[in-house]
Design a protein. Sequence first.
Length: 443
Amino acid sequence: MKRALLFLCINFMLLTSNAQVTIENNSELIKDALIEITPYLEYFQSNCIVNKDASDCINDLISKSNNKYQDYLIAGALYNIDAQKSYELHKSALAKKPNELNFNLEFAIESHRIEDYETAINHYEIYKESNENDYRIDVWLSECYLNLDNYSKAIAYWKNANHQKNHTGIDKAIHIIHGQTNQIKKRSKLITNIKAKDSKSAYELIFLDMNWELDWWNTNIQDVFLEKDLAIIKDVFGVNSNEYKQLSAYNNIKHLHQKNSSADSIKTILLDSKLILDNNPLPVNGNVASDLLRISFINELLDEKEFFENRGQEIIELAEQHKDEELLNIYAYLESVATGHVSKETDKKGWNDYQSERFAISYFIGLADKNTYDNPDLEKALIDFPNSSKIHWVKLNCAKIEGKDIKPDLIEVMKKEFKTLGSDLSKYSYGLKSYFYLLENEL
């Protein structure tokens, strides 16, 4: 007990002394650390994660750190790769030097990301004292206070961020907190599965490489990964396998399409690969099939309505066979082109059989003015998709139409919207801006 009390007293003294210490911005020491650690960072990014297991590479990189500034830099390199390791390193750096300005900012962001809002606020405010014009801090503080139910402060900080002037930067600031961090590790997992001859993982891997998410608004083709991963698929399944032939064709077509090459070149590859055209089979992976169909429609190699009439049932059966949501989504898209809408039956199937949020959203869009606040389907959707701002918006809209108190649902929509920017198809924060205006009027 005495030992525990002594430990608590020491921690209290440390906290008290830290509050009195002048904040430092040791940018030169960070630059020096970067020079020292750069060879390891370059090897990690350009060689190790291309050719080796991601977890091994991460652990190896962490082992190269010799000081708190290198901890900080490696944590930054891992921020979008391994959220847990990034958090631990940023926490370690701050513990070693609590008065370092940059360490406070990064630990605030890390704490925010794991929803430790009170800790995040403390460290954001330390940083803001030296950078009062950094509007990103206002955005982040606004979300933190919203989740702590301090709505007046949330509104005040949102206003300080000046959405009219800084809307693009605000979008990016929100993405910094809530963007995905699993792509590198997902790639390693898929490679492991492929080496065990899992065909499904081969398609998922190449689609991942060819549609790599940089942020919510941009993707690119990771050619370095792609070359390595196609070679693995060739080695595991064989040069004449459907997996290798179809995915090689997908690779070639995607690159041709990006270069605006002629439709004839794309058509030749599809025909030579016996894919899609002339009633040839679709790839069994919905994402790859969807991408190839989109390219075929854009290049007028196929007509959507005709394709739906001739092969719609085949797509439904393929979706059922492989339990592939994206294959069902292809059917839904073609159905909407051919008939002017997605049927309630298709939406319900996608929602209930595939647990797809987008089909649930489509279902409620289809209901239009038949939506009601107490609709049991709406309650089920909110349970099935607890982070969907768009589905919760349906409930909010019904509350407004039916004359109910909108504040509780408005706040829930805002909390979800911060995490996803899901109300806007373009992933912009204009919806969030309008919600803040509504909330201010409700207080």
